[in-house]
Design a protein around this ligand. Sequence first.
Ligand SMILES: Nc1nc2c(ncn2[C@@H]2O[C@H](COP(=O)(O)OP(=O)(O)O)[C@@H](O)[C@H]2O)c(=O)[nH]1
Ligand SMILES: [Mg+2]
Length: 403
Amino acid sequence: MSQNVPIQVGVVGKPNTGKSTFFAAATLLDVKRAPYPFTTINPNIGVGYAKLKCVCTELGVKDNPRNSICINGWRFAPIELIDVAGLVPGAWQGRGLGNMFLDHLRRAPVLLHIVDSAGTTDEEGRPVKPGTRDPVEDVAFLEKEISMWMFQIISKDWERISKLIELQKKYDELYTRFSGLGIKPELVYGVLEELGLHSKKATAWTQEDLQALVALVREKAKPMVIVANKADLDTAEDNIKRMKEELGNKYRIVPASAEAELALKKAAKAGLIEYIPGESDFHVKGPLKPEQEKALEYIREKVLKRWGSTGVQAAIDTAVFDVLGMIAVFPVENEKKFTDSLGNVLPDVFLVPRDTTARGFAFLIHTDLGERFVSAVDARTGRRIGADEKLSHRMVIKIIARA
Ligand SMILES: Nc1nc2c(ncn2[C@@H]2O[C@H](COP(=O)(O)OP(=O)(O)O)[C@@H](O)[C@H]2O)c(=O)[nH]1
Ligand SMILES: [Mg+2]
């Protein structure tokens, strides 16, 4: 059984902030690659990519990636993006939130909160005069919305549950509820300790206690990156500055223009420009129609020069590498040629948690490989790696297994 399912990143926010545009832009880079196990067939789930420096240049080889893509020495490792629909104020009370939302939220260990940083839409996403809606409020709204929604699930039947917790002298009933949201007992217990609730009888917990528990669990279990979208619009500039001041100590804030990224990817696909996702500029390949030239120049001036990139790639990379702390590891079968058994050079790259050990990595590739694990080799140096040694970012390793 192979367990290397790509990590999932949820795209959330109120209506009309650009979630679908972001999703479309981030999932447009579909070139041929080896099929990988999709967990669902769902139009709201698509393949996006985290970008890292490939090891091909450093190793002096020409690679032929299978599970990923290499463009000009940049490796794009697959992740799954989920376009989570339906968050409006009061949604937790049942206004349009269903099992799909639950399922999406349960899967995603990190969320990209797409915010209309230009303030062009009200709290429900209806158009208003640009600059009149405060995007900082949208951040607070979404925190509250998800917390309230979790609170509702956790606190259902609380009287009975709290008695059970006391009777059993363990928190299993609470853990079960959180695990339905994809949250591990370890994390929940850590928060109980942090809040001092572990030394207080569950039946004596107040509503506020329970709310504080839920809020802190949410913060840790579903960390958010703020994508300050529509950054191409002039009203966004001051707002983004203020968001960084007011929210910067709590969140990573990435200025973005999903629409610009989508336009650049489409232009690249049509052969009009050369553009590598995440870069600060593009290169025109041939003659453009006047309106194409105008649109591209707008993107160059209002987005790329102003913010350094469209922010779409940066947002994903921030979520995967900075917030989740994932590392990328290149497994090979021939540590001299950096190939798999078919001779593909640097075929795969896997995103794994930072504390993954050599044996743990083998298990992620295949449980069978984990069970037969003997040792590993660092392909760069030929050094032996023991079972419990932690891997590092951009490591190329060969796993030696019993026959
Ligand atoms: N100016 C600007 N408009 C954008 C951007 N991203 C999305 N939009 C526009 O915002 C509107 C809502 O976008 P959509 O992706 O459907 O939002 P969703 O409801 O959150 O999925 C559409 O008219 C988009 O063209 C952006 O980066 N800049
Ligand atoms: Mg949408």
